[in-house]
Design a protein around this ligand. Structure first.
Ligand code: IDC
Length: 334
């Protein structure tokens, strides 16, 4: 009697295990085993290159949200999974405007915005994707304008995410309005110090003068004393061409780790024509130099840099017919 109950129990467990195993979709299992994060682990900077936990070059190919204060609906797991599985995207940038309408420092709900970032980080982490927390300065030309807010924001984020191997901090999107590199550098040092008090390792990206284009100026005088720092360069293919590639190439030759945390294939206004031929030249150049890139933006806003058609009402599971010309191009050419 005793024996047969044990046998029955064993059999029951076996059947349960088979049922449980069979109910996990196979595609999900294999995708999880090969996530970008599983493959590469925590990223580091070696010389001018972004490398994985084994010291091998890594190129992040990402998509940026639009301002999460305006388009929060795209911060969802289905959207990120579609980008990962059908576009081959391995990085999501969570763009949080600081000074624009309803930005973090201009009337937006700070708690809600932080919660949205937390959600975005969680979805990206569950999918094994890298995720950039972007302090999206723009009309607040000089990042020092909201330095106090930036410090407390990054203190919260760094404390929370120091153990995450997939989090990247972007401390200012695009300084402009004549802001000098020395002012950005002093801001950067201060925010980096705050982040490094808690998070010793994750990658930190800093903007450069003139809408993050003057990487040459950063290359002349990079921030010293910290590891895993990178400098951002932004371009819009219908506005910026060869002369800008030369600028980036020189900075990289000088040893500056450059990260293209935002680009579009439209004009720099975010609208107007798109230039696929120039965009292809950029991708070739970025591939040659193993430079990571993140495309602006995941929304259906009626502007030519948006990756979805303005008629698209979906927040995830995008199909080809949902994509704008820019979206179709990036899905194919990233
Ligand atoms: C643009 C958006 C547009 C929005 C505007 C706000 O595409 O919908 O109204 O910002 O001022 C950048 C900025 C990025 C811009 C983008 C296109 O980082 O915020 O987005 N751009 O103009 N730098 C160069 C171009």
């Amino acid at each position: 009697m005793h024996f047969s109950i044990r046998t029955a129990k064993k059999q029951f467990c076996l059947i349960l295990a088979v049922i449980l195993f069979a109910s996990v979709p196979a595609a999900h299992v294999s995708a999880a085993a090969k996530t970008p994060l599983r493959k590469n682990g925590r990223l580091q900077v070696k010389g001018a290159r972004l490398v994985n936990n084994k010291g091998k070059s890594v190129v992040l190919k990402g998509v940026s949200t639009h301002g999460i204060n305006w388009f929060p609906e795209y911060v969802n797991p289905a959207a990120f999974q579609t980008l990962r599985d059908s576009w081959g995207v391995n990085c999501i940038r969570l763009a949080m405007y600081t000074a624009e309408y309803n930005g973090y420092c201009s009337g937006g709900n700070k708690k809600e915005l932080r919660a949205l970032i937390d959600k975005g980080v969680r979805y990206a982490t569950d999918l094994g994707m890298y995720v950039i927390i972007d302090w999206h300065t723009l009309s607040d030309c000089n990042p020092n304008q909201y330095k106090k807010e930036a410090k407390s924001f990054f203190k919260y984020m760094a404390k929370k995410y120091k153990k995450h191997k997939n989090v990247i901090y972007e401390i200012c999107n695009e300084p402009n309005g004549g802001t000098q590199w020395k002012d950005i550098k002093s801001y950067a040092k201060s925010i980096i110090r705050t982040i490094r008090t808690y998070d010793k390792k994750n990658i930190i990206l800093t903007g450069t003068p003139t809408w993050s284009q003057d990487v040459d100026l950063a290359a002349e005088s990079p921030v010293k004393g910290y590891s895993n720092l990178m400098y951002t360069f932004h371009f819009y293919a219908a506005t910026h061409g060869e002369a800008y590639r030369a600028k980036v190439e020189n900075a990289v030759k000088k040893g500056l780790p450059v990260f293209v945390s935002e680009f579009g294939i439209s004009e720099s206004s975010g609208n107007g024509r798109i230039d696929k031929a120039e965009a292809n030249r950029w991708i070739k150049f970025l591939n040659k130099n193993k430079i990571s890139r993140v495309c602006w933006n995941l929304s259906n806003k009626d502007e030519s840099c948006a990756l979805l058609k303005s008629s698209c009402r979906k927040n995830g599971k995008f199909k080809s017919k949902d994509l704008s010309p820019a979206g179709k191009w990036y899905k194919k050419n990233r």
